[in-house]
Design a protein around this ligand. Structure first.
Ligand SMILES: CC(C)(COP(=O)(O)OP(=O)(O)OC[C@H]1O[C@@H](n2cnc3c(N)ncnc32)[C@H](O)[C@@H]1OP(=O)(O)O)[C@@H](O)C(=O)NCCC(=O)NCCS
Length: 171
């Protein structure tokens, strides 16, 4: 993937230089990982390095989300299945002061547009907990459709919540 430029953000490959204290701080921030299973573990330089290395030599992508000024504000992941022509996408805007500013939506639209333009990709998928209203909104606004609900799949603050599964086809 070459660098992609949207209306508010730039997407580029996440590299070793992106494993900073700020980045590690996002993963250990209870607000940022509130709806993610990352909240059950503590991250440090070594765990981040080994996660980054898991993207070496495979079809999956780990991406840095940056402002036009070059400031890293989040990350995205793309897990591709080459045999099936699918890509499952995730996003984390770690810099909380950027929440609600349209940066997540722009990054999402940009990545989906790029993926769905690849001849090898026929479908993109993503999922989130129903209580993650921002993420549900981002997916619906990108034109993804609800494909299924795993009822009461995970616990958030002790309460069972639905896992919402979305998809979008290239054509
Ligand atoms: C979910 C997330 C990606 C949204 O990104 P963002 O940059 O804040 O979202 P945007 O500003 O682009 O907003 C997109 C839409 O979602 C809405 N939204 C964003 N955060 C919201 C929230 N907490 N509650 C309700 N709606 C919210 C926005 O209002 C906007 O809709 P609108 O234009 O109709 O008002 C971001 O908050 C995030 O990374 N959170 C932490 C990690 C996470 O939960 N990732 C997803 C795991 S599945």
């Amino acid at each position: 993937m070459n660098t992609l430029r949207g209306q508010k953000v730039i997407l580029q490959r996440f590299t070793l230089d992106d494993v900073t204290d700020t980045y590690i701080g996002w993963l250990n921030d209870p607000d940022v990982v509130r709806y993610s299973n990352q909240r059950f573990r503590r991250h440090d330089y070594d765990t981040c390095l080994s996660y980054l290395r898991s993207f070496d030599d495979g079809p999956n992508l780990f991406v840095s989300v940056r402002t036009f000024g070059g400031e890293p504000i989040g990350t995205m992941t793309v897990y591709r299945s080459l045999p099936h022509g699918t890509a499952d996408v995730g996003i984390l805007i770690g810099k909380k002061c950027f929440w609600g500013g349209g940066f997540g939506q722009d990054a999402w639209n940009l990545m989906l547009g790029w993926l769905l333009g690849q001849p090898a990709i026929r479908k993109v998928t993503a999922g989130t907990l129903a209580c993650n209203r921002g993420m549900v909104r981002v997916m619906e606004r990108s034109g993804m459709e609800l494909e299924g609900v795993r009822r009461r799949q995970e616990l958030v603050d002790g309460e069972p919540v639905d896992l919402m599964l979305y998809g979008k086809f290239a054509r």
